[in-house]
Design a protein around this ligand. Structure first.
Ligand code: SF4
Ligand code: SF4
Length: 481
């Protein structure tokens, strides 16, 4: 095995995600887990709201002292409130195709699974799914597809994106399409950028090369370096909003935690901008998949600590949690770090339109990628968030205003983003309340908007926002800062 040296700005996977460096970092963290003085020094640095190195974050994560753990949660909460206020961005996944030639052992779409029905949406079906999503109130989607050069080539994905943006049902519109598809070439990333995508999302699954190769025994995804270097190619192609993530439970969580922060550090150092978002999925049961058999399960208390330490380590990065998690876990994690959640999700191909074929043929639920724990509708999730004092936001303004990559980051770091996010959150919530909510939710939501208007720092922006809210009541749509 080659002896790779750590180099954060190298373009070589094994150098910017360096196994030796990760193990050294974990050994340091383990050796210092009882060093309360060091923990307090790290927390002090975290209180500057400028983030932590992966080594500092790993050390903090290792600490078992109840007082330090409480301080981690408190600081995660403080940072979340400072940068993101009480806004929660909403999105939904849209599964286009479950044809896949890869062999990922934790995913029911793996090519060797012969008993899962295979399905790929036609453009008409994409349209129907999008109408169903718009009728729920969604404005932001993450499209998902397996890797299959024949069934789902890049041309198919591009056509679907075009279809999605073209559908306008009643007052509905999908205003941002994030894309979660397999690692591809610079040329294809350029085509995705030209199609107007929001964030390019690709989960690393695990950063441990050995584990990665065992978990991905066949197909193009089995190439660890090609997969790990995908974000570099996306950024070279001009996509500057990328979303990272690991699938917690596949491998030792401490290793993947450090690997993910090392990846963020690499992107920041090399391209001047870290990941736009980080997702924190955990392995879930599915057809042909038993999480117990995969091992390395991450218990709830550790999971929450991961979320809070990530919030402290990368304060400028949005953090996403899906409906894989229960309402309880989502509520707890929203408090300490999560900024974006999905709602009313279907993780199957064609899941938003009832696909049950009268002839007893195809049931879309049979094609689910994983079991959903939080099965509430979007309307229920919105109502729940309002009750918790959050402003559910359907905002998609930044990329439509060209605020991506380092432009977005500098606005966030300066605190000026609050003059965009806060009014945008309220105006898009107002749209939802007018078009999709029950009377009861509308009354609660209107009261919340009135109460939270004062959180807009600029007097001028607040006044314009008030005017726009009135215009939305009068039937106009799509205002943004
Ligand atoms: Fe295919 Fe993705 Fe599932 Fe792997 S995780 S089998 S690449 S759909
Ligand atoms: Fe996100 Fe930008 Fe909207 Fe804020 S203004 S919620 S950062 S899209």
């Amino acid at each position: 095995m080659a002896d790779y040296q750590y180099n954060s700005t190298s373009k070589k996977a094994e150098e910017f995600i360096n196994d030796k460096k990760i193990k050294e970092t974990l050994a340091f963290a383990e050796a210092h887990k009882d060093d309360l003085e060091l923990m307090n020094t790290i927390l002090e640095k975290g209180r500057e709201y400028k983030g932590l190195s992966y080594a500092e974050a790993a050390t903090l994560l290792e600490c078992e002292d109840p007082n330090i753990i409480q301080q981690i949660f408190d600081l995660g909460k403080e940072i979340k409130e400072h940068f993101y206020g009480n806004r929660i961005v909403m999105f939904a996944p849209l599964y286009l195709s479950n044809y896949c030639i890869n062999g990922c052992v934790y995913c029911p779409y793996h090519g060797q699974n012969k008993h899962i029905p295979r399905k790929k949406l036609t453009q008409e079906e994409v349209r129907e799914e999008v109408i169903a999503l718009q009728d729920m109130g969604h404005k932001r989607l993450a499209i998902e597809a397996g890797e299959h050069p024949k069934e789902n080539p890049i041309e198919y994905i591009l056509e679907c994106i075009k279809t999605i943006y073209s559908v306008k049902h009643k007052n509905g519109a999908i205003r941002r399409v994030n894309v979660n598809i397999a690692a591809t070439t610079v040329e294809n990333y350029k085509r995705l950028k030209d199609a107007g995508i929001g964030t390019y999302i690709l989960f690393q699954e695990t950063y441990n090369k050995e584990a990665y190769e065992q978990l991905h025994p066949s197909g193009p995804k089995s190439d660890y370096a090609y997969h790990t270097e995908a974000m570099d190619r996306a950024m070279e192609a001009g996509i500057d909003d990328v979303g990272c993530g690991v699938l917690f439970g596949l491998n030792n969580y401490k290793y993947d935690f450090v690997g993910m922060l090392m990846h963020a550090h690499h992107l920041e150092k090399t391209y001047g901008c870290g990941p736009h978002t980080i997702s924190v999925p955990r392995v879930r049961p599915a057809d042909d998949i038993d999480p117990e058999a995969v091992g390395n399960g991450v218990p709830d208390d550790i999971f929450k600590r991961i979320v809070a330490v990530l919030r402290i380590a990368v304060p400028y990065t949005g953090m996403i949690m899906s409906t894989r998690e229960s309402a309880k876990t989502r509520r707890e994690c929203l408090e300490i770090g999560i900024t974006q959640i999905s709602g009313g999700s279907r993780t199957s191909v064609g899941g938003y339109v009832d696909e049950l074929d009268e002839q007893g043929g195809f049931d879309s639920e049979d094609t689910a990628q994983f079991d959903v724990e939080d099965r509430r509708t979007l309307a229920e999730v919105v109502d729940w968030l309002i009750d918790l004092g959050y402003v559910p936001s359907f905002c998609t303004a930044c990329y439509r205003e060209g605020r991506t990559g380092d432009r977005f980051m500098s606005l966030l770091k300066s605190g000026q983003i609050a003059n965009c996010c806060q009014p945008n959150a309220m105006m898009t919530l107002k749209e939802f309340l007018m078009d999709y909510a029950s009377e009861e939710t509308r009354a609660k939501g209107d009261a919340l908007i009135e109460e939270k208007l004062s959180l807009i720092p600029s007097d001028k922006v607040r006044e314009i926002c008030r005017e726009h809210l009135k215009e939305i009541e009068n039937g106009n749509r799509d205002f943004r800062f």
